[in-house]
Design a protein around this ligand. Structure first.
Ligand code: 5RP
Length: 234
């Protein structure tokens, strides 16, 4: 799961630093992806040293890693509070002068539906990223998790919105990517997105869309690991 894009050291710094925010007794949302994996491993180390936490995984992948490193797991419906969520992103708008500052695009790992559920439920949501994720404008394809029966009608609707959808294909076998929820993913190019809130609400209203990868006004801070340190963006 240690991946592509950005250096492993930068990702490790971001993930490990975010894990420092976890306190005894916390319920922690465990995001998905190679950067969050470093946070999960660090939380596992802290659990081995006696920290008591419960994790809520956002994907099969993060569940497996959490079990491997010994983090006790729970579910959203079994807790009253999620104290902290730690999650990665594919793009973070980093321009304090822009109305889209702090908006994220997620879903590179096709896990954004559960990620949004858990990240939005948390009292505090910390994004972990390397500098390759930072951008001064919101321009990247937006993943839509869609019901399998809806993929062609949703694709038509995206075209009506001047978007260019493509069904995400599985990398190592024939056929499409299937999410943990049994759905498909349409990656939709919209060019530069000037009003993320409006697009987010339009996409949410399309029948057959389970969730989109625009995360507007959800993140509280972004930990950006660099080659030799760490920067925190609020
Ligand atoms: C999964 C995600 C990931 O958080 C995002 O793709 C970032 O992953 P990585 O840390 O591996 O770059 O949104 O759906």
């Amino acid at each position: 799961m240690k991946t592509a894009g950005g250096s492993a050291d930068a990702k490790r710094r971001a993930g490990e630093q975010a894990a420092q925010e976890v306190e005894d007794g916390f319920v922690v949302g465990l995001g998905t992806g190679s950067t969050t994996a470093y946070a999960i491993e660090a939380i596992g180390d802290a659990v081995a040293d006696g920290l008591e936490v419960r994790g809520i995984p956002t994907s099969f992948q993060s569940r497996q890693l959490a079990l491997e490193v010994g983090i006790p797991l729970t579910t959203l419906d079994a807790v009253e509070t999620v104290d902290l969520a730690i999650d990665g992103a594919d793009l973070v708008v980093d321009d304090p002068g822009s109305p889209a500052h702090g908006t994220l695009i997620k879903g590179g790992g096709a896990a954004h539906a559960r990620e949004k559920l858990v990240d939005a439920a948390a009292d505090r949501f910390v994004v972990v990223a390397d500098p390759s994720k930072l951008a001064d404008r919101l321009e990247r394809s937006v993943p839509l998790e869609v019901l399998p029966a809806a993929h062609s009608v949703v694709a038509d609707r995206v075209r009506d919105l001047s978007g260019d959808p493509s069904l995400r294909a599985a990398e190592h076998k024939d056929g499409p990517v299937v999410t943990d929820n049994g759905n498909l993913v349409l990656d939709c190019e919209f060019g530069p997105i000037d009003d993320p809130e409006e697009l987010a609400s339009t996409l949410s209203s399309v029948p057959g869309v389970v969730e989109h990868g625009l995360f507007v006004d959800l993140a509280d801070a972004t930990y950006v690991g660099t080659e030799d340190g760490l920067e925190v963006r609020a």
